[in-house]
Ligand binder design. Structure first.
Ligand code: 173
Length: 321
């Protein structure tokens, strides 16, 4: 009799424990490939605060830090291997995981359109297969990249100029004869201050975050490509979540992505701010400007297809217009 009730009690305790495990709150560790003082990170920290408030008892995100925690170009690897659960990065920073990552810069369709035209599924097929990760959401878009310079040019020729790059700009700037040097954003200020570089590639926004306006004379217009910054999660971690937790994560990251129109007005303000800070615009005649943008695109896709002969053309169908 005693033994029977002890067994019942044990069974009840086990049942309670497993019910509890199903509902147990999980905390995901997130690192940013962008420096902590960048507005991207501040905006994401606000989103995380809201995520954690609504996700009590379900899912939480613990922001570990920026490149001081894990170097910019290692964040993708850390997500792939599960050293961290989540990453906040851009494709150009994790081409060491898969070359396809940098192809996202060639998006002419929006993230919202890619959710409808099969692009989001294709990206996630590739990211799962090659990166052991899931691409949760794109949270920066509608943002061109530009070439910024400290020496004046009167045609798109960068002969004799040393330009800071990431994979985003490599082939395009090399096609204009630039001498290129890859650095993480966190190293650009010092390179500018010391005169080690004559210019750099960067989006239309976010140079004030890192004080680069102090050492920037010119911006070349027009811009090219479309900056992409996304939230990634290790695929094993994603699969280990309970359905309600995955649903919460998908819903909250999608809601963040759906705020991307924000960047349209923000970028206009940033361009004004650059003018006010004395950054002058270098531009060419209409035909040259058109050829400049066309060349960026042509060089970008040629390289994408060379780097990824199977997925490059498939991505082109859903990203290009
Ligand atoms: O220039 C860069 O560091 C870069 O590649 C990038 C990509 C997306 C957003 C901001 C910067």
């Amino acid at each position: 009799m005693v033994r029977h009730s002890a067994r019942l009690a044990l069974a009840a305790a086990l049942a309670a424990a497993s019910a509890c495990a199903a509902a147990q709150e999980v905390t995901l560790r997130l690192v940013s490939a962008f420096p902590e003082n960048q507005f991207y990170v501040k905006r994401t920290l606000d989103w995380i605060a809201d995520f954690n408030k609504d996700g009590k008892g379900i899912l939480q995100i613990n922001f570990i830090g920026g490149p001081k925690a894990i170097p910019t170009f290692e964040v993708g690897k850390a997500v792939q291997s599960g050293v961290v659960d989540m990453g906040f990065s851009t494709g150009a920073f994790y081409t060491n995981v898969m070359p396809e990552a940098d192809i996202l810069k060639l998006s002419e369709t929006s993230a919202a359109e890619q959710r409808k035209n099969g692009g989001y599924e294709l990206i996630n097929k590739i990211w799962a297969e090659k990166g052991n990760m899931r691409y949760l959401a794109k949270v920066v878009e509608f943002t061109p990249f530009h070439l910024y310079l400290n020496k004046k040019i009167d045609k798109p020729d960068l002969t004799g100029l040393k330009i800071r790059i990431t994979p985003v700009y490599r082939e395009f700037f090399q096609s204009m004869n630039a001498q290129v040097m890859t650095t993480a954003p966190g190293e650009v200020y010092t390179a500018l201050e010391r005169g080690v570089i004559d210019g750099y590639g960067w989006p239309i926004h976010a140079l004030f975050d890192l004080n680069w306006q102090e050492h920037t004379k010119y911006r070349v217009d027009p811009g090219f490509y479309n900056a992409e910054v996304g939230l990634l999660i290790n695929l094993d971690k994603y699969k280990s979540l309970a359905p309600a937790q995955r649903e919460y994560l998908d819903r909250k990251t999608l809601a963040y992505e759906q705020q991307n129109d924000f960047w349209k007005s923000y970028n206009q303000e940033e361009a004004k701010r650059q003018a006010a800070a004395g950054i002058q615009v270098i531009t060419f005649d209409d035909a040259t400007n058109k050829a400049y943008v066309e060349k960026a695109k042509e060089v970008g896709w040629a390289n994408a297809i060379k780097a990824s002969p199977v997925y490059g053309p498939q991505l082109r169908k859903v990203l290009a217009k």
